[in-house]
Design a protein around this ligand. Structure first.
Ligand code: GTP
Ligand code: MG
Length: 435
């Protein structure tokens, strides 16, 4: 019987598929030692291995005809329950980094009785065995998903803030429940006489509402910022786009109307992940495909976090729509000096553009730490909110206590206390297999 009551022994590759020096396959559960011992050339070493120790051996397919037939030379790290990540017996098998080898090792372990792990299952076990808190589990998933340092920092801040606020509302409810219980047991009258009772319930309800509101208002493209280049044909939008990208991604030519579809590419600016969007030059056109491209590009630019209106010597100081920033290109032709003047051709001014972008993104970076609630969290909070709305000091005390308790226990589930297996799925199922 495992420590946690999980009966299966689970296995998964813990490193990404692809070419690398090493690959790790991880197996966890009460049968881990027994299963691995069936496929290694020195099972005795495994039986006596102390927790935290490692040793070198060979892995064979379960049906190997003789010692000559083996999958790979491996290093085995043994972690015994409860001193492991999952709290169960856990073995990490480090092989050479070919996906083929990792798959063969996985296959051998499955053939000997292990089951392929589901996404996040290792962390789920760690959570149930008290090895990690719910916040840690969510953080692991955030780290795995983050594309940039800024996104990681923002997401972590947002997550801490979310738990802080949930905990505050939970503590407020628990304090109220204790008061109601005391009134029921020792109060003089049949009514609840707690100072500011309704206000305090209302306060808790409002803080949860604020949390839900903020999460609903969050940016659609969480995790990165987008920067669009707009303007008439031929001013050099694609040229600036390519220059920032350091790569000829978008076609450049002296023919106006070169870019038809909008083109997107990612770059990193000082730890921020940025999506650059090159759009079709805006002009009157009788051609329906070009017109469609112009509309699509204009829409993409409207959605972008920063929209740069590109100019050239034929088009200086144009009227800008509000929110647009002027980026003067081709300064090599007329020596134009302005806040943002560059030459995509000579590269002059490009470092300034880069630095300007970094500053703008820094200003916008709080947007990356907006709180995000999953569907499950949202639904649960909505339950709590509507329960609390019904609660008031005029209610029958026993009913009141019951309602508060139900609300608090739903909040507790969000905080990982008294948590049911299903309610955890939303966190763990988002993780990759092998975590
Ligand atoms: N002298 C000079 N020429 C440039 C510069 N940047 C771009 N060009 C030239 O300007 C022309 C148009 O450049 P593109 O980048 O294709 O312009 P665009 O705004 O994307 O044009 P459309 O896609 O047609 O809307 C090309 O011939 C480029 O070589 C620059 O900094 N200096
Ligand atoms: Mg173009």
């Amino acid at each position: 019987m495992s420590l946690s009551g999980f009966h299966d022994t689970i296995v998964a590759p813990s490193t990404a598929e692809g070419r690398a020096a090493l690959a790790i396959v991880r197996i966890s559960g009460w049968g881990a030692v027994q299963i691995v011992s069936k496929v290694v050339s020195e099972p005795e070493g495994l039986w006596v291995a102390r927790s935290g120790s490692s040793f070198y051996t060979r892995i064979h397919p379960p049906s190997a005809a003789g010692p000559g037939e083996f999958i790979d030379d491996v290093v085995i790290h043994v972690f015994r329950a409860p001193r492991s990540y999952t709290g169960e017996d856990l073995i990490e098998i480090t092989s050479h980094g070919s996906p083929v080898i990792a798959r063969q090792i996985l296959g051998a372990l499955v053939a000997c009785g292990a089951r392929q792990a589901e996404p996040g299952e290792f962390s789920r076990r760690a959570f149930f065995n008290g090895k990690i808190a719910i916040e840690d589990a969510e953080l692991i998933s955030i780290k795995a998903d983050a594309h940039s340092e800024a996104e990681l920092r923002g997401a972590e801040l947002a997550m801490r803030e979310k738990y802080h606020r949930l905990k505050k509302a939970y503590d407020a409810l628990i304090a109220l429940i204790a008061r109601v219980d005391a009134e029921i047991d020792f109060g003089e009258s049949d009514d609840i006489e707690i100072e500011d009772f309704d206000e305090r319930v209302h306060e808790a309800t409002q803080s949860l509402e604020a949390l839900m509101r903020e999460s609903t208002n969050r940016r659609l493209n969480t995790g990165f910022f987008s920067v669009a280049f707009t303007g008439p044909p031929n001013v050099g939008k694609s040229s600036v786009f390519n220059a920032l990208l350091n790569f000829e991604r978008s076609i450049v030519s002296e023919v106006p109307g070169t870019t038809r579809d909008y083109v997107e590419a990612f770059i990193e600016v000082e730890g921020f992940r940025v999506k650059l969007i090159d759009t079709a030059g805006i002009r009157e056109t009788g051609e329906s495909i070009e017109a469609r491209g112009i509309t699509l590009g204009a829409n993409a630019a409207t959605r972008a976090d920063i929209s740069l209106r590109v100019t050239d010597p034929t088009d200086r100081a144009p009227r800008t729509q509000s929110g647009n920033v002027l980026l003067h290109n081709k300064k090599d032709l007329d020596g134009w000096q302005d806040a943002l003047s560059v030459s995509a051709r000579t590269g002059e001014g490009m470092p300034d553009l880069h630095a300007w972008l970094a500053r703008e993104l820094q200003k916008k970076s709080p947007e990356l730490s907006q709180i995000r609630l999953s569907e499950t969290e949202m639904t649960r909070l909505e339950h709590v909110r509507s329960r609390l709305e019904e609660v008031n000091a005029g209610m029958e005390p026993a009913l009141l206590a019951e309602d508060l308790r139900n609300a608090a226990s739903e909040l507790a589930m969000l905080l990982g206390e008294n948590i049911s297996a299903n309610s955890l799925d939303y966190i763990f199922s988002k993780m990759c297999i092998g975590k």
